[in-house]
Design a protein around this ligand. Structure first.
Ligand code: 26Q
Length: 806
């Protein structure tokens, strides 16, 4: 890509707006300028994109395909500018032309093609693969409706459809020539050929065209542009219908096909298996495999026996695990391989990442559903299961009595995690503790069977988006201090450790946090009307709303502080602003009650003059990637307070650490690894440990009722919920009261309350020593390089994928 100077950029924007909109630049709207700049950047990227593809076609390196039902890529204009080396000149060019770059970038709508951590991780990985010169691509679905837009009405979450394609999306290219034809449902007949082999005949199938829309993935200043391929489902057009009835039936059918890539399913662990969701998963799997095999055939031109030397497929949780039986089907039914050969190939191609320990969230599909939708795949899954169970019976008699817990098909259901483990050569967890739990508890029988298959890959985040781009002030200070090598080698952030006692440096660090807080305060005021104290502690919890993440514990602490202040208005506490961002799955009743509670507490606390502004509670609507980019640089305190053992890793913890926030958290997920790096004085740890949680579950010795009776602070809060102090309508929150006590508080909110409150007091004390706090903040930043997704991808590349840099 050519280096652009500012004047060239100015020129390019001027002529683009003229050619695209026939407008002089001073007549152009900011939205038109956004499209003009995007077009310029797209054009710049195209050359490298073609070159990268050509080099892969010519050199045939082993490539990795990251299959995921979700990619939360966030805004691409700014990150593409940054990675292609045009960011600074574009910023200056826009200013020269009288536009605020921030406003221009804000025109872009986030493609909400994911729920949370798992989807954002996939996007960070794409950025790192391209930036590290790895031939790695994403395959996903181009949902017409992404994650819903969240609005609060009367404090309740309401969901609006996210039709993100209303305006053209400048980063995608439709590739009709790469479309693939696929079939669903129907019936299969097995016919015997003359040579004795079997042939499958399909009847009455639904025919679908999968059309890819490719999005470039730009590596950081390295000319590499990989591909994110998003599939769209389209009906196969058949013209003339004989009568009106047929015509309408035809339209209806077309409509049902378009539904396949219609909506993103919200992450709802309690939700029962939905037919459309399986269709989506199979649609992703078959389209991607067809495209991968097609490319293999036209570039490598070898028998598919050699596929594992050229292709590795990472499946992002079990969602794409139908790829395992589908590749078996292709190899046997279309390529004529026998079972054993097909299985040898398949199990060398797939690697599976697990992202959850919540057993209720493990995917299981009713047999009947798979049979009717994917009859041939069902036969294959059945055979996989048969052979697997027999293998244990004969070769591992010590595990015979575990067969019911390990079978891929059991209780009339297909257990997708078991299918994924059996059909992959690698199974990885996403943080050390998580992998240990997988090996010793959740999947311990499989670990006994396949000890070498299991491995850990602690998550990471792209420091380019989450530090360089989101927090330019801090990034510039770092570069002024230790030079710019850290951007390519984030581990070198540790060079900052020399400055932990350097007053002038710490002062600058403090000023930057202050400016970022000022920016966020402005946004909060604009978005909510709430005026917050810029000197207060910005205490941030941003993540999906789930019981195990314990937003409820956080708001209990707020209620506790409020009660204290009401009792003693002179109480000297450090002012705090509690900032929340969270979406609840639309059908997750309890999570939505918690949202309403937080909003209610906010309106009570924020409007009570006797509090004198010492506490403010802000729940920002519609938390998404672009909002995260505004909040994270301004965070002082990062809330990572899940019930120990429940959060597989977390990645928001890494993002906030990298931006200088201190963590208050449990010994869960990657918090443990953060603690081990920064050391006890630089993090606030509290609460039960995962072993203690497991012991409680096992011995049943925990009594929420006892804790509730014995701790006055807790009983007071629970009674306030029960008796309707906080609700506009009385008794609004009695469900929360009953729920906690009647379920014996399975997430140990009451048990951990005391430790949490005490630790929050330590936070207050620490925050009052400004230079010490800044030094702790710096230590967090300095150690955050470990959590760059570049490190994670390096580990996947050498430890699982065995791929080479190109
Ligand atoms: C499943 C079936 C039907 C509909 C939706 C789903 C579904 C969708 C999304 C189930 C789960 C998810 C997302 C899970 C997720 O985001 N997990 C998070 O993954 C992060 C990246 O590894 C971890 O850091 C988090 O700890 C983990 O919660």
């Amino acid at each position: 890509m050519t280096k652009w100077n500012v004047d060239e950029f100015v020129q390019a924007i001027v002529s683009k707006t003229e050619s695209q909109y026939e407008k002089k630049i001073d007549e152009a709207t900011i939205n038109e300028v956004y499209y003009a700049v995007s077009a310029i950047v797209s054009q710049e990227i195209t050359g490298s994109w073609t070159k990268t593809k050509e080099s892969y076609q010519k050199n045939n390196p082993k490539q990795v395909y990251y299959l995921s039902m979700e990619f939360l890529i966030g805004g691409l204009l700014e990150s593409n500018l940054l990675n292609s080396g045009m960011w600074e000149s574009c910023n200056q060019a826009l200013v020269k032309l009288g536009f605020d770059p921030v406003e221009v970038y804000r025109q872009e709508r986030d493609p909400g093609l994911g729920n949370g951590g798992l989807g954002r991780l996939a996007a960070c990985f794409l950025d790192s693969m391209a930036s590290l010169h790895y031939p790695g691509h994403g395959y996903g679905i181009r949902y017409r409706y992404g994650m819903f837009e969240q609005r609060f009405i009367n404090g309740y979450q309401t969901e609006l459809p996210d039709f993100w394609l209303k305006n053209p999306y400048p980063w995608e290219t439709r590739r009709d020539e790469e479309a693939v034809y696929i079939e669903f449902g129907g019936t299969v007949h097995m016919l015997k050929r003359n040579d004795g082999s079997l042939e499958c005949k399909y009847e009455n199938t639904d025919k679908v065209l999968a059309v890819p829309y490719d999005v470039p993935v730009v590596g950081y200043k390295n000319q590499v542009v990989n591909t994110l391929r998003l599939w769209s489902a389209e009906p196969i057009f058949v013209s003339s219908q004989s009568n009106t009835e047929d015509y309408y039936r035809h339209l209806e059918h077309n409509h049902s096909i378009e539904q396949i890539s219609g909506i993103l399913y919200p992450d709802d662990s309690s939700e029962e298996g939905k037919r459309l969701r399986i269709k989506q998963q199979y649609f992703l799997v078959i389209s991607s495999l067809k495209s991968i095999v097609k490319d293999y055939k036209s570039n490598v031109r070898k028998s598919l026996i050699h596929l594992p030397d050229y292709v590795v497929i990472q499946i992002n949780d079990t969602h794409p695990s139908l790829a395992i039986p589908e590749l078996m089907r292709m190899l046997m039914d279309e390529e004529g391989f026998g079972w054993d050969t097909a299985w040898r190939i398949t199990t060398k191609v797939f690697a599976y990442t697990n992202h959850t320990i919540l057993s209720e969230a493990l995917e299981k599909w009713p047999i009947a559903m798979i049979k009717s939708l994917l009859p041939r795949l069902y036969m294959i899954i059945d055979e996989i299961n048969e052979r697997f169970c027999q293998g244990i019976w004969f070769d591992h008699p010590e595990l015979r009595d575990k067969i019911p817990d390990m079978a891929v098909i059991a209780d009339n259901q297909i257990h997708m995690a078991r299918l994924a483990i059996v059909g992959s050569f690698s199974v990885n967890g996403v943080a050390k503790l998580h992998t240990e739990i997988i090996k010793t508890q959740e999947m311990k029988d499989f670990y006994k069977l396949y000890p070498n298959r299991f491995n850990n890959k602690t998550n990471g985040i792209t420091h380019r988006r989450w530090l360089v781009m989101a927090n330019p002030r801090l990034a510039n200070l770092i570069t002024e201090t230790i030079g710019s090598r850290w951007i390519k080698h984030p581990r070198e952030l540790t060079h900052l450790l020399r400055y932990t006692k350097n007053r002038p440096f710490l002062e600058k660090l403090g000023q930057i946090k202050q400016q970022n807080k000022k920016d966020l305060a402005k946004y909060i005021h604009k978005a909510t009307g709430i005026v917050v104290d810029e000197q207060s502690i910005f205490d941030v919890q941003i993540k999906r709303l789930h019981e195990y993440k314990r937003q409820l514990l956080n708001i209990f602490h707020v209620i506790y502080l409020y009660n204290e202040l009401k009792e003693n208005p002179q109480l000297d506490i450090v002012p705090r602003t509690f900032i929340f961002g969270a979406k609840a799955a639309p059908s997750y009743y309890f999570a939505k009650e918690v949202i309403k509670l937080i909003n209610t507490v906010a309106s009570v606390v924020n409007h009570d003059p006797s509090i004198k502004g010492k506490l403010k509670v802000v729940f920002l609507e519609n938390y998404n990637v672009s909002l995260a980019e505004k909040i994270i640089p301004a965070a002082d305190l990062s809330e990572q307070i899940s019930t120990a053992g429940k959060e597989a890793s977390g990645t928001g913890n890494m993002k906030m650490m990298m931006n200088g926030a201190l963590t208050i958290g449990t010994l869960d997920g990657a918090n443990i690894e953060i603690k081990n790096l920064v050391g006890d004085p630089n993090i606030f740890i509290f609460g039960l440990r995962s072993e203690e949680v497991f012991n409680y579950y096992q011995n049943g010795e925990y009594s929420a009722n006892e804790t509730y009776q014995n701790d006055e602070r807790i009983s007071r809060i629970l009674h306030q919920l029960r008796d309707g102090i906080f609700g506009q309508q009385d008794l609004e929150f009695k469900d929360i009261y009953y729920h906690i006590l009647s379920t014996n508080d399975p997430y140990f909110i009451l048990e951990d309350f005391d430790g949490y409150v005490e630790t929050q007091q330590l936070v207050d004390q620490a925050y009052q020593h400004e230079s010490k706090w800044l030094s702790k903040s710096l230590i967090n930043i300095a150690h955050s390089g470990k959590f760059s997704s570049d490190r994670t991808i390096q580990e996947y590349a050498t430890g699982i994928w065995r791929i080479e840099k190109q």
